[in-house]
Design a protein around this ligand. Structure first.
Ligand SMILES: *[C@@H]1O[C@H](CO)[C@@H](O)[C@H](O)[C@H]1NC(C)=O
Ligand SMILES: *[C@@H]1O[C@H](CO)[C@@H](O)[C@H](O)[C@H]1NC(C)=O
Ligand SMILES: *[C@@H]1O[C@H](CO)[C@@H](O)[C@H](O)[C@H]1NC(C)=O
Length: 332
């Protein structure tokens, strides 16, 4: 009996050690892949512990995914050494819903609309630029505004242009647009600026720095202009689909807390709240055989996040994560 217990204990110890070694090896691979360096040994240990916690959550979810109980897969990505709280403060944005409606010229009119195509992907017509990377600056709102504006510029003029997010980060801070640069903001505020200002600079003339700086807009380097800002009836996914199909990519803001773990598939989280902290661009929609109806959404965390920089999110499921609550697009 004693011997059996001893053997069981030994087996448990060996298993625990090897599990630890496996996690350590995975952490080392993670550090290498994402170029992570930590200031000292205690920080490294802290990051390892957070990584292990996140890995547990990911593995538990993926067991359900493999059993067919979830429509999306989670995975280790560059955020896997952050706590959810750190992810919220460092990556997501700070949005006050009271600022979300200002300066709209019109509500999107769906009544002229014929029947909608079953799927849309604006990449197929060349209207979507490669995915960009906001870096460690909560400027998703600027990438959301620029992403949709670049596409509408292309749809309108057949000319591809890359526009300056830094222009928006620097020049919409404080009165009267009240965005907060790398601490957050709204795409609609950025559109207001571009419309009122008479243009936005090209990305090549005003490159991205990923930090707050002084406004250096130069009217000799205008890349695009906006004549009007159109909002989609808030929370209406049918109207959003109509606008995506008929007009082009649309800026949206939503709750992105689950994005920390997303890898692939259709993100479906019925409990996802309607308070928003991240902005992106809806560039299409469709129906997946596993995950059902989805929105095709372009993020600004580089191409090595999600599905080559994109995420598919549950569509026609009660405006999940508030995806249709703050949808807006510019008229060139
Ligand atoms: C919406 O479009 C329809 C058909 O083109 C038009 O009759 C109607 O006046 C428009 N509504 C608004 C609010 O512009
Ligand atoms: C959403 O928009 C569609 C298309 O315009 C419209 O038919 C429908 O009544 C709207 N739904 C709500 C809840 O307003
Ligand atoms: C987004 O949702 C998460 C829970 O999924 C919540 O903790 C977070 O506070 C939400 N964001 C905002 C801005 O409320």
């Amino acid at each position: 009996m004693k011997a059996v217990i001893l053997i069981l204990v030994l087996v448990a110890v060996v298993q625990a050690t090897s599990l630890k070694d496996i996690l350590k090896a995975e952490f080392n691979a993670f550090k290498l892949k994402h170029h992570k360096t930590y200031q000292d040994a205690s920080e490294e240990l802290k990051r390892l512990q957070i990584f292990v916690e996140n890995k547990k959550l990911i593995d538990t979810h993926n067991k359900r995914y493999l059993a067919g109980e979830e429509s999306y897969e989670m995975g280790v990505n560059k955020f896997s050494d952050m706590t959810p709280e750190e992810f919220k403060t460092r990556v997501l944005t700070n949005l006050n819903p009271e600022d979300a409606q200002e300066g709209i010229d019109n509500i999107y009119n769906t009544s002229a609309m014929a029947s909608l195509p079953s799927s849309v992907d604006w990449r197929l017509s060349g209207a979507v630029n490669p995915v960009k990377n906001q870096g460690s600056c909560a400027s998703c709102w600027a990438f959301s505004a620029v992403g949709s504006l670049e596409s509408h510029h292309f749809i309108n003029s057949n000319q591809r242009v890359s526009l300056s997010e830094q222009n928006l980060v620097d020049c919409t801070r404080g009165y009267p647009y009240n965005n907060q640069g790398c601490s957050g903001g709204w795409p609609i505020r950025a559109f207001n600026y571009v419309r009122d200002n008479g243009g936005i600079n090209t990305a090549s003339s005003y490159p991205y720095e990923g930090q707050d700086n002084t406004c250096r807009y130069n009217k000799n380097n205008i890349g695009s202009k906006i004549s009007a800002i159109i909002q989609i009836a808030s929370g209406n996914e049918t109207a959003l689909a109509s606008a995506v199909a008929n007009k082009g990519p649309i800026s949206v803001c939503l709750n992105g807390s689950q994005f920390q773990y997303y890898k692939s598939g259709v993100l479906n989280k019925p409990s996802c709240p309607h308070s928003v902290d991240h902005c992106l661009v809806v560039i299409g929609y469709g129906t997946d055989s596993v995950g059902g109806d989805y929105w095709l959404v372009r993020n600004s965390w580089g191409e090595n996040w999600g599905e080559n920089g994109y995420i598919r999110m549950a569509r026609n499921r009660n405006n999940q994560c508030a995806i249709a609550s703050y949808a807006v697009y510019p008229v060139i």
